[in-house]
Every structure is written in C-alpha cells, then in structure tokens.
Write a protein that binds this ligand. Sequence first.
Ligand SMILES: [Ca+2]
Ligand SMILES: [Ca+2]
Length: 408
Amino acid sequence: MASAWNVAIVAVSFLAVVATDPCTSPGVFFSGSMCPANMTLNETSGVISSPYYPRKYPDNQTCNWQITASQGNRIVLEIEDINIESCGASSECTCDYLQVQNGFSVDPGASGRICGTHQKIKYYSNLERLNVMFVSDSNLPKSYHGFQATYKQLNYTPPICPTEAIPLSGNGKLSSPNYPMSNYTASQNCTWIITVPAGKHVKLAFTDFALGSCALDCSSEACTYVEVYDGASASSPSLGRFCKGSVLKETFSSGQQMFVRSHSGSTLDRGYEAQYSVLSVCPANMTLNETSGVISSPYYPRLYPDNQTCSWQITASQGNRIVLEIEPINIESCGASGECTCDYLQVQNGFSDDPGASGRICGSHQKIKYYSNLDRLTVMFVSGNSMPFMYDGFQATYRQLNYTPPSK
Ligand SMILES: [Ca+2]
Ligand SMILES: [Ca+2]
C-alpha cells in the first residue's frame, strides 16, 4: 500500500510532465478515484493512508479497506497523525471523516466518525475483520493531510495470557495460562477486554477457581488474584478483586465493555476459568399473561441506559381487557412536542383518555392510564444513544379486567 501511494504522490507531483508516461494514469486522478473500494487486506501487517498522504488529500474520495485476519485472530489498527476537515457539531463530521467498523477503541474521540486533529487512536477488531472507511466531500479542502494507519494481526488462541489487552467478544471462556495445570508463570499479568454490542452488558462468572493462598483482601502482589473492571481498562472502576477465599460472585458491566486482569503470585494452584456472556437488560417481545404485574424501563428507579429497545406483549384471557397504569414518567424528550425522536414509550392496541398519551410518550408526565381495545396491549420502550443515564424512565402496572360486552 505504501508504495502504491508513493506512486500516486509522484503522479501528482509530476503530472504535467509525465502525462504521456504509460506507467502513470492521470485519468485515474481526474476521475476522482484515487482510492480503493472494498480492498481486502489479508497480510499480517501493513499500512493504509488517505490519498497522497502526507500531502493534502483530494476531495470527493471514498476509500474503504477490509482488513482480514486468519480465522480466530484479531486485528489491531493504530491510526496516527490524523488531520481531517471537521464540519458540524463536535464529532458529527458532516463533510470529511474516517470511520472504523467492527471494532472498538478505548481512546477518547474514537467512536463513530473521526475528523479534526488527533494524535493517535488505536482500534481492536471484535472478530477477524475490521472495516476502515475514509470519505472526503466536495467541500474544497484547504490543507488537511488526512491520516496514516498501521494494521497488524494479533495471534489469538485462547486460553493465553495476553500482556496487552486482547479483545474478546460475545460469549466464551477465559482461563489462567495452561489451565488446569498449575505450571503457569509467577508474577505474570494477563489482560482481556470483553466487548458486547451497544446496549448490552457483559456478564462474567467463574466456573472454576483454585488459586494459591493469600490474605483475604487479596492485596498482596504475592497473591494470585483476578480483578474485574467496569470498562475498557484497569483505570475503570473495579467490580471486585478475587483471590483464594473470596466470595465468588457474578460480575456485570454497566456498559458494553469489561476489563479483566489476572495476576499470578508466588504460590500456584490449578488456576481459574471463567465464562463470559452477553447480558440483555431489556426483554424483546416478552409475553406477559399473568392477571397482573409490573414492567419498567431498565434499572428503574435508577437511570436507564442508552441503546435499549424493550417490548412486552400483555395478553389477557380471551374476551377480557387490560388496563395499564403508568406512574409519573421521566423520559428524554427530543424533537418537536410529541415527536420523541430519541427516547420514548409507546403503547399499541389501546387507548387513553389522558392528555399527552397518544403515539410516543416522552418528557415528564403525571399518571397515564391505558385500556386495551381487545385482549392484548403492546408496550415498547426505546432509548437512543444521546444523553444516557440522566432520566429514570417509567414503571407501569398492568391488570386484567373482566369484560362483558354491553347488552341492549
Ligand atoms: Ca472536504
Ligand atoms: Ca437518551
């Protein structure tokens, strides 16, 4: 790749004099496609960059690369020296941008589109591939030199003891090196980052735990212990440090990432094994057919997280009806009145006499009561990705109503 761009730079620099050189193709330059489209990169390492890097990039480009590792391996991408035209509000990047998909980064400013100036951003793939896209629009670029990035395959064969955090995704197991043999190396630290899709949480449960002896607070570095953090690094809040004698509990992340670090002390034993999995805090199309019950937004009465879609189908016995009483609600409100374009509660197949009860409900309301038209009522709660953890959501009680059709 580097050599291809070198050729491109030469072609631009000497365009006037080399226009007839059959080895260069000025037509390609003028057609605007200085950029690979869906180029697959399956080398163990390589470099990609914006067109003409480190010179200023041209407008109207859409470059994309699909970096692919051997099965089971992962990719690390280090983007350096980013200087991309920035338009729109912070991180909207409405004109030019770089975007990395199927991966995650712990660096600030790394989510979604990247534009403006950044020193270095490092991404890890969730699985065997990472998609990188660079887009420049027709807005005449003043003088932005774009970006350059190095990708590298990471050997990944669990269980291992990675010293640089290795990304894991979805469900799986992690364990001490050479588990269940006791011949792991003393004073060794292993680290993992577990990532699940947006709106989900990580659950970690130990399935075996036999470590060398240790003081009960696991504080000595002579101890073997495992520490779990609520986020992407050891600087995130600790969810617990576990050593011999600890009360083992399942741990849950509050966001989509969990960092796990194990330290092997001076005394060894069989080691540990833990199962990690994706946890949903929100039911999808859950059927509720009890005569009464309670539903709520995730974590109610605490603040609800973003990126949730919860739905319940409340079902009464045939011929009966349902009444749903929603307690005072507090849901983020966006858009014009009643549009509720970010977060909302929605009740279908029913009606209400209360003001503010039709369609989507957001903002703050006093009690709202719904009745079903027939023997079911569908309730949906949706939170978008703006302003998470600021609103406490809703709680509602449903109840079956005996219903005998009116007779004349
Ligand atoms: Ca531009
Ligand atoms: Ca929100």
